[in-house]
Design a protein around this ligand. Structure first.
Ligand SMILES: CC(=O)N[C@H]1[C@@H](OP(=O)(O)OP(=O)(O)OC[C@H]2O[C@@H](n3ccc(=O)[nH]c3=O)[C@H](O)[C@@H]2O)O[C@H](CO)[C@@H](O)[C@@H]1O
Ligand SMILES: C=C(OP(=O)(O)O)C(=O)O
Length: 440
């Protein structure tokens, strides 16, 4: 088993560059399915496990796809297959994003039902409601969702019960080639939705209003391949902002887009972190003492749920009680148990977690329960006494490129090792020192 081992106590300094956004590149790659003519090139695609998964999903649909040096080249001009098996959907729920484009282009899609996952049950009823409103017939059976439309999807008015990011993207893609106009209301306003709309428009679609609560899509007859640069990853940027702050460091986060990070900048500033918007990114410096804040996760432009676990790590260092309320996912406090193993003082009542700081965190063996939880545990390890070992790295690898290496580049005492390497290291080291150092 691989793990990240981090020894707390180093201040982080220097520069780190953020990659293209995971949550933008996945729907953009899925949207490439729509191009029945021409080829697409998607630049700044991060080398993440999730990107490999969506690439495999497309290859399985009979699409030619190459991924080299951060560029995904897609040629979807051949006749498409329309099935995405459980093997991929199980690894990553965003595989379901191929349903909208397949329905629009081929009129049929059969996708394995995405299972539940650690952060909540995550239904897809809003996606399906949209497809059905546009005339698709949806059947669920044998672990698959099959949707088909006889002729062509029809534009209509769709009101989402909740501004779901995935449902907004899936329905928006389906509507690009529908007959007539689709008006989507109460939609997600995340920057990744705007990025997807920009790509669709570059392909020839007519999408207006992305980034607001109402999106209007005028259907066109066909879409062609286009070139597109993915926006920077605001969650990766935010994670490094917290890394700088928690270690009272001084870090330039290059390629970070402040406009996408307003809620996080506001909350961290309230805590006493100094955040400066500079030409090539965001400079974060922090004093040793920080004060607690309360925060509530909300759809954009509210505080992002994908930064909740990392902020919990920061609140463990701050003075006073901070209350975190998670309103987006019903079960996104799995990391609390792991923080407690590190001596974190956190009480959970319903959807709120009371974080009592400052805590002297202690190194422990902890497990990533989802990708942001994994990153947050590494952040806590940066200030814990002794060694923290974080396992289940497959989660971290879904969302962070070279996470340990990038932190090491900023001065963290951190290694990614396999069990075998760790055992060898223990054998070679003077026994008592190693035993104490590793706190065993
Ligand atoms: C690949 C990607 O972009 N992932 C992001 C996306 O996930 P994802 O698109 O899955 O998240 P959604 O916005 O759809 O989900 C938000 C909430 O809506 C609920 N819901 C969603 C769809 C539906 O049909 N019915 C329903 O009830 C979900 O269970 C959840 O409680 O947005 C989330 C919320 O910002 C982020 O945490 C994820 O990182
Ligand atoms: C929850 C996340 O991603 P996904 O929706 O892909 O599981 C995330 O990026 O934090």
């Amino acid at each position: 088993m691989e793990k990240i081992i981090v020894r707390g106590g180093r201040q982080l300094n220097g520069k780190v560059r953020v990659e293209g956004a995971k949550n933008a590149v996945l729907p953009v790659i899925a949207a490439s399915i729509l191009a029945s003519e021409g080829k697409s090139k998607i630049y700044d695609a991060p080398a993440l496990a999730d990107v490999y998964t969506i690439n495999q999903v497309l290859r399985n649909l009979n699409i030619d796809l190459q991924y080299e040096n951060g560029t995904v080249a897609v040629d979807a001009q051949k006749q498409l297959k329309t099935e995405a098996p459980f093997e991929y959907v199980r690894k990553m729920r965003a595989s379901f994003l191929v349903m909208g484009p397949l329905l629009a282009r081929v009129g049929h899609a059969r996708i394995a039902l995405p299972g539940g996952c650690a952060i909540g049950s995550r239904p897809i009823d809003q996606h399906l409601k949209g497809f059905e409103a546009m005339g698709a017939e949806v059947e669920i059976g044998n672990g698959f969702i099959e949707a088909s439309v006889k002729d062509r999807l029809k534009g209509t008015k769709i009101y989402l019960d909740f501004p779901s990011v995935g449902a907004t993207e899936n329905i928006m893609m389906a509507a690009t080639m529908a007959e007539g106009t689709t008006v989507l209301e109460n939609v997600a306003e995340e920057p990744e939705i705007v990025d997807l709309a920009n790509y669709l428009n570059a392909m020839g679609a007519k999408v207006r209003g992305a980034g607001t609560g109402t999106i209007r899509i005028e259907g066109v007859d066909k879409l062609t391949g286009a070139n597109h640069h993915i926006i920077p990853d605001r969650v990766e940027a935010g994670t490094f902002m917290v890394a700088a702050a928690i270690t009272a460091g001084d870090v330039l986060i290059q390629n970070a887009e402040p406009e996408h990070l307003r809620p996080l900048i506001a909350k961290m500033s309230e805590m006493g972190v100094n955040i400066e918007e500079v030409e090539d990114g965001i400079q974060v410096t922090a004093p040793e003492k920080l004060s607690s804040v309360d925060l509530k996760t909300m759809p954009h432009p509210g505080f992002p749920t994908d930064m909740q676990a990392q902020m919990m790590a920061l609140l463990l260092k701050a003075e006073g009680t901070g209350v975190i309320t998670e309103t987006v996912f019903e079960n996104r406090f799995m990391h609390v148990e792991e923080f407690r193993r590190m001596n974190g003082d956190i009480k959970v009542e319903g959807r709120s977690a009371m974080v009592q700081g400052p805590c002297q965190l202690q190194g422990a063996e902890v497990s990533s329960t989802d990708l942001r939880a994994g990153a947050a545990l590494v952040l806590a390890g940066l200030i814990a006494e002794g060694y923290t070992r974080v396992t289940e790295l497959k989660h971290i690898d879904r969302g962070y490129v070279d996470f340990a290496e990038k932190l090491k580049g900023l001065g963290a005492d951190i290694e990614r090792v396999t069990d075998v390497e760790e055992r060898l290291e223990n054998l070679n080291a003077p026994a008592p020192l190693k035993v104490n150092e590793f706190g065993v």
